[in-house]
Design a protein around this ligand. Structure first.
Ligand code: IPM
Ligand code: MN
Length: 365
């Protein structure tokens, strides 16, 4: 009897449904090659779910996610005009995505910034800067900080409108993400870049204190400290100096998009969001409503998220590697989709589904 893994598939908004189709095809190919069964249950999530059910994270979706072994989620979000049709607290980011993160306490967000030679032509950085390839694992704390702190919106007695948002962390939250980061560093080059802003923020002072405490259990890892603004510059000038980077929620949101910029597109940024009991996997990018339905979005970030899921949730490292190799071989053959940069105009441009077919074929071997 083959093993069965259950997956809640949340296609999401915009280009999400197109990407979800490609993810399914890849899962089918992996199942056939590795004699496993994936039991996939689709559920509505995001703006599309709101228009259908009046909630962007409907109860039925919660039940499906609760029962699944892992969750695979497409991008969510609506165009500015569409968003305005939804009450602020039901808008997909606040009404669906943040509650999903909170529900499963997915505090550890892994965002690989991976530029192997087959993808080098997509990077807008000069060839000598990226020569030899880039392989950074950005680790972002995902359920704390400004995103989840207390908020207050009001008007003072003199009529001035004001807002307060709290940046909150406690030592348990910090040590949990530090252990993840040190473990990751141990499995890689044993160098950890700590991104902080302790020259200004008290939250970073505590962050660094806890880092030192956790570091005692990982004497083999070298820690390098870098202030977040300097990290942004360093990532562009010399990204190859970085291997594993750890940072709080908001810093990670910004620097991981910078990571997408290094690669040439957020379409090349898959991610894993891991909690104590459950994990979900998603592209780091938005739902790109402007190109939705055109079949021009590259499915890499979604297919890469499938690979991360197989590795981290199902212990299928070999199958995950089959997927990475397959995608690299497709790009290596000079194939792309219209949404990615093609600086010299020499690439073969395929539709989203044709690109997915190529990946499937490469997995089949
Ligand atoms: C991300 C996204 C989300 C975030 C948005 C959609 C709420 O930008 O996953 O990086 O800010 O965390
Ligand atoms: Mn972001």
């Amino acid at each position: 009897m083959s093993t069965t893994h259950s997956i809640a598939l949340l296609p999401g908004d915009g280009i999400g449904p197109e990407l979800a189709v490609e993810a399914r095809k890849v899962l089918d190919a992996v199942a056939a090659r590795n004699s496993v069964t994936f039991n996939i249950l689709e559920a509505d999530f995001g703006g599309a779910a709101y228009f259908k059910h009046g909630q962007s994270f409907p109860e039925a979706t919660k039940a499906i996610c609760d029962r699944a072994d892992a969750i695979l989620k497409g991008p969510i979000g609506l165009s500015f005009e569409e968003s305005k049709k939804i009450p602020v607290d039901e808008q997909p980011e606040r009404g669906a995505l943040l509650p999903l993160r909170r529900r499963y306490n997915t505090f550890a967000n892994f965002r690989p910034v991976f530029l192997p030679p087959e993808l080098a032509h997509f990077s807008p950085l000069k060839p000598h800067v990226v020569a030899g390839g880039i392989d950074i694992m950005m680790i972002r704390e995902l359920v704390g900080g400004l995103y989840f702190g207390k908020k207050e919106v009001g008007t003072r007695e003199d009529g001035t409108r004001y807002v307060v948002e709290h940046l909150e962390y406690d030592e348990h939250q910090i040590s949990a993400i530090m252990k993840i980061a040190f473990d990751e560093a141990m499995g890689r080059k044993k160098v950890l870049h700590n991104v902080h802003k302790s020259n200004v923020l008290k939250s970073s002072v505590l962050w660094n204190e806890i880092l030192d405490e956790v570091h005692r259990d990982y004497p083999d890892v070298e820690v390098k400290h870098i202030i977040v603004d300097a990290a942004a510059t360093a990532l562009v000038i010399n990204p190859r100096q970085f291997d594993v980077m750890v940072m709080e929620n908001m810093f990670g949101d910004i620097l991981s998009d910078l990571g997408g910029g290094i690669l040439g597109s957020l379409g090349l940024m898959p991610s894993a969001c891991v909690g104590p009991e459950k994990a979900y996997y998603e592209p780091s990018h938005g739902s790109a409503p402007d190109i939705a339905g055109k079949g021009i979005a590259n499915p890499y970030s979604m297919i890469g998220s499938v690979a991360l899921m197989l590795d981290k949730s199902f212990g299928m490292k070999e199958a995950a590697d089959q997927i990475w190799l397959a995608i690299r071989s497709v790009f290596g053959a000079g194939i792309t989709t219209a949404d990615l940069r093609d600086p010299e105009g020499k690439l073969t441009i395929l539709k989203t589904s044709e690109f997915g077919d190529k990946v499937v074929k490469a997995i089949q071997g």
